[in-house]
Design a protein around this ligand. Sequence first.
Ligand code: SAH
Length: 325
Amino acid sequence: MTRLERALRERIRSEGAISVEAFMEACNAYYYATRDPLGAAGDFVTAPEVSQMFGELVGAALGDCWKRAGAPPDAVYAELGPGRGTLAADALRVLRSSGFAGDVHFVETSPVLREAQKQAVPNAHWHDSIAELPKRPLLLVANEFLDALPIRQLVAGIERRVTVVGGGLAFDRDGEIVEVSPARDDAVGAIAAHLVKHGGVALLIDYGHERTAPGDTLQAVSLHRFASVLEAPGERDLTSHVDFEAVAASASKAGAKVSPLVTQGEWLQRLGIDARAQALSRANPDRLEQFNAAIQRLCGSKEMGTLFKLIALHAADWPQAAGFA
Ligand code: SAH
């Protein structure tokens, strides 16, 4: 039994069954605080870890927006849940070459990942929450951040909870599940409110669906495989599909402009990932195959290309990011 499972059982014994939301929050806080889960040797691989092209195209899109907004010198690069800092390092290389000289601000709660981020981007500033970001225009990106924030699950309108049955953890009810995520709504609302007040643009990238629909999307991943959600709490990555209709609604409610939704494959193609691979392979001819394999992984419809999607938010006096039609 994991240390967290002992603590959760103790909590359930004293408080009664806990919501899926409380369970997910406790598991992920423990999980991310105690490890770097990324990469082949870890539990899962994210787009920026697949190829430098991903972060470079994010940097190109943010740099283009910043220039079209008049290149405000007080703008900062901001990232939510930056993992190993790979996306930031790749994006900033391109942003710097477009003349952007602003500071770098990370929202990250994991001390282990903050350490990795410090290696990748030594001069960044770290924060515990979106509210702590500086009151300036943001060039913000969040990749696979929203999916890790806790969700509530409702069955026939009643909160689904985790309880102890016999020897193990179990859900207290089953049936048609509706998921909502106040934590995500709050995060998106806070980003949008910041953009409205101080300017900037935000790219939110995650796996999920375009329309709100019932269904159980809570999943656990360990060592690159799906695992049981309730087993080994705190030792597996718990995520759920992002409901982009809810994301768009939270952003609009806070007054931000919201782009159409686009699949990751489509967006990377529109931003010119093929040309980027050609350019990179001119300098590294032996790596052409590697670049093509990365494009397949990032854009292929059976891989990350269709399941992963992007939505962009911006202030009314900022332009929409490129690639959203
Ligand atoms: N964006 C990175 C990592 C994705 S994993 C990439 O694409 O590779 C999720 C990231 O969000 C990790 O950095 C994790 O520590 C961070 N995170 C999870 N929950 C968080 C929270 N509530 N507040 C801040 N960061 C959080």
